[in-house]
Design a protein around this ligand. Structure first.
Ligand code: FMN
Ligand code: SF4
Length: 509
C-alpha cells in the first residue's frame, strides 16, 4: 500500500506530520506493509493535510485529514467527510495546465529516480546536445518572461550574459520570495527541487557559467533543507560537478540563506548581500548581466523562471509558447491567498480573467461576505476592485489597468477591508523596508504615512498632497520599492475615494 502525505511546510503547519505519524502507527498495529512517501503539495492548501492512497485507477485523495481520520484509509467503516475521490478528477486539478508544477505533489521530492521517471533531466539531456546560442534561442522562442515581477524576457537576458566576454560568469537564482501572498517558489523548492537545479544547469550551459547560487530567504527553513539535500544528491548522481551527466560540462550550485530583508529580493541588493555586503540597491547601469556577482556577468532569475526551463527543453519552445495571451506566453503559477474560500496554487495559461480566478477558482471570500478588492503582485501591487475583474491575467493587460501581476500573488479582501488603512500600510511597509539609498523612497515613504494620517484626522487638503507625493516617488525612486509603492496607495484612493473623503468628513463633524 502506497500512501502520500505532503512534507510541504504549509501542509506541515496544518498537521501533516501528526497525520503521517498516525498512519505509520496504525499500519504497524494492523500489520499492514505500507510505503509512506512525503511528497510536495498539490497546491490545494484549503484541503491540507491532503493524503493520497495509490489505487488501481490513480491516487485517491483525502483531505483535510486529521489523525482521527486515519483508520478510514485502512478500510474501517468509519464516516469520513474527507474522502475526495481521484485527485486528478478534482475540479482544481482538472482545470489547470501544469507545466512548471507537473511533478510537484506527484513525486518524492528527493528521489532522483522518481524525478527521472517523470521526465526529469530530459530537457537537460537535450540541451547538452545543443550549442550555447541554440539554447538561448530556444528560451527566446518560448517567450518565457521573468516570473519574479518585472517580466523581462529571459532569453534576452541570457543572451546579454552569453555575449559578454569574461573569465567567469554566474547563475544566481532569486529565491527571496518576499511578496505577500506568494509561495510558488517555496512550493517548487520543497516539492520538486531538481527542476530548479536542472533549469540552473541549462542556464549555465546557455551563457557559459559553471557556478550557480540560490539566494534563499531564511524564513524558509524547509526549502533550505530540501534544496541543500537535493544539491548533495545531484552531486552524488553526477548531475552536478565536473562533468554534468558525464558529458564534459561543469556546473555546481551553492545554497545561501538571506537574512530577511524585502529589498534583498531586488536583484542588485541581492547581489550585494550575496557578496557579504549590506543589502543596498546598486544603480544601473551596469546591468547585472554585464557586471553582477563579484563584478562578473550574471544571470539573475527567479525560481519559477528557472524551474520552467526544463519543461521548455523537454517539450520544445513551440509547445510552451502555444499557451498564453499576447506577449504573455506559457503558463503562470497563480497563488490565491488572503480572505478566500479556496486558497492555493493554480497554474494556468495566461489569459484567465481575474474575476474567474477569485470567484470561480478561489470560491470567493472565506468569510462569505462580498469581495471588496484583491491586491495582485505583492505589497507593491495595485488593489483591483470587482469592476476590473474582467482583466485577463497578462503583463500588458494588467499594465493597461495601472496594475501589475508581479510574482502572481492574488490576495483577497472582503467588504470589511479598510482601504485607507491598507494605503497607509503600503507606505509604512516601504518606510520600514527602504534600503535608504534614494530620497524619494527613504523620506517619501515616511511623509506618506504622515500624509495619510493627516487625511485620517480630517485634513482634506492632504489628499492632493498624497497624489503629488506618489508622483514623486513613482518618477524619482531608484528601484521599484519606492517606485511602485504608489500603486497600492493610488489604486486604493482612486477606487475607493469615498473612504478617504469619509475620513475627512467624519473628523470635520
Ligand atoms: C523591492 C523588490 C523586491 C523584489 N523581490 C523579488 C523576489 O523576492 N524574488 C524575485 O524573483 N524577484 C524579486 N524582485 C525582482 C528582481 O529584482 C529581478 O527582477 C528578478 O529576480 C529577475 O528575475 P526574473 O527575470 O526571472 O523575474 C524584486 C524587485 C524589487 C524592486
Ligand atoms: S527606491 Fe527605496 S529601496 Fe529602492 S534604491 Fe531607493 S531607497 Fe533603496
Amino acid at each position: 500500500m502506497k500512501i502520500y502525505v505532503p512534507c510541504d511546510s504549509a501542509a506541515k503547519a496544518l498537521g501533516a506530520d501528526a497525520v503521517a505519524a498516525e498512519i505509520q502507527a496504525q499500519a504497524a498495529a494492523r500489520g499492514i506493509d505500507i510505503t509512506l512517501v512525503r511528497n510536495g503539495t498539490r497546491g490545494m492548501i484549503w484541503l491540507e493535510p491532503l493524503v493520497e492512497v495509490e489505487g488501481p485507477n490513480g491516487r485517491i485523495a483525502y483531505g483535510p485529514m486529521t489523525p482521527a481520520d486515519v483508520p478510514h484509509l485502512f478500510g474501517d467503516e468509519t464516516e469520513c467527510d474527507c474522502y475526495l475521490g481521484l485527485t486528478d478528477d478534482l475540479d482544481w486539478m482538472r482545470r489547470q495546465t501544469r507545466l512548471t508544477f507537473a511533478r510537484c505533489g506527484v513525486i518524492d521530492p528527493l528521489s532522483i529516480d522518481d524525478y527521472r521517471a517523470h521526465g526529469g533531466f530530459a530537457g537537460l539531456q537535450r540541451a547538452l546536445g545543443m550549442g550555447a546560442e541554440a539554447i538561448v534561442d530556444e528560451v527566446k522562442q518560448s517567450g518565457l518572461r521573468g516570473r519574479g515581477g518585472a517580466g523581462f524576457p529571459t532569453g534576452i537576458k541570457w543572451d546579454t550574459v552569453r555575449l559578454a566576454h569574461a573569465p567567469k560568469k554566474y547563475i544566481v537564482c532569486n529565491a527571496d520570495e518576499g511578496d505577500s501572498g506568494t509561495f510558488a517558489d517555496r512550493m517548487i523548492m520543497e516539492g520538486d527541487p531538481f527542476s530548479l537545479i536542472e533549469g540552473m544547469i541549462i542556464a549555465g550551459l546557455g551563457v557559459g557559467a559553471d557556478k550557480g547560487y540560490v539566494y534563499l530567504r531564511s524564513e524558509y527553513p524547509d526549502a533550505i533543507a530540501t534544496m541543500t539535500r537535493a544539491v548533495e544528491l545531484a552531486r552524488v548522481a553526477g548531475v552536478l560537478g565536473a562533468s554534468v551527466l558525464g558529458q564534459g560540462s561543469a556546473f555546481d550550485i551553492e545554497i545561501r540563506a538571506g537574512a530577511g530583508a524585502y529589498v534583498c529580493g531586488e536583484e542588485t541588493s541581492l547581489l550585494n548581500s550575496l557578496e557579504g555586503r549590506r543589502g543596498i540597491v546598486r544603480a544601473k547601469p551596469p546591468l547585472p548581466a554585464l557586471e553582477g556577482f563579484l563584478g562578473r556577468p550574471t544571470v539573475v532569475n527567479n525560481v519559477i523562471s528557472l524551474a520552467t526551463v526544463p519543461v521548455i527543453f523537454e517539450k520544445g519552445a513551440a509547445h510552451y509558447a502555444d499557451f498564453g495571451l499576447g506577449r504573455s506566453r506559457g503558463t503562470m503559477p497563480i497563488q490565491i491567498a488572503g480572505n478566500v474560500a479556496r486558497g492555493g496554487l493554480f497554474e494556468t495559461a495566461f489569459g484567465m480573467p481575474l474575476g474567474d480566478l477569485v470567484n470561480d477558482i478561489g470560491g470567493g471570500t472565506a468569510s462569505g461576505r462580498p469581495v471588496k478588492a484583491v491586491q495582485v503582485g505583492g505589497p507593491l501591487g495595485a488593489y483591483m476592485a470587482p469592476d476590473k475583474f474582467d482583466t485577463p491575467f497578462g503583463y500588458e493587460e494588467f499594465d493597461a489597468k495601472d496594475a501589475l501581476i508581479g510574482h502572481a500573488g492574488v490576495v483577497v479582501f472582503d467588504e470589511g477591508a479598510d482601504m485607507l488603512g491598507l494605503a497607509r500600510f503600503a507606505m509604512e511597509f516601504c518606510a520600514v523596508e527602504s534600503c535608504g539609498k534614494c530620497t524619494p523612497c527613504r523620506i517619501g515613504a515616511v511623509r506618506g504615512v504622515e500624509t495619510i494620517d493627516r487625511i485620517a484626522s480630517g485634513d482634506a487638503s492632504a489628499v492632493p498632497l498624497l497624489r503629488d507625493l506618489c508622483d514623486t516617488m513613482r518618477d524619482g525612486s531608484l528601484c521599484a520599492l519606492g517606485g511602485f509603492t504608489p500603486f497600492p496607495v493610488m489604486s486604493a484612493l482612486n477606487a475607493f475615494p469615498e473612504e478617504f473623503a469619509a475620513q475627512t468628513q467624519e473628523a470635520a463633524e
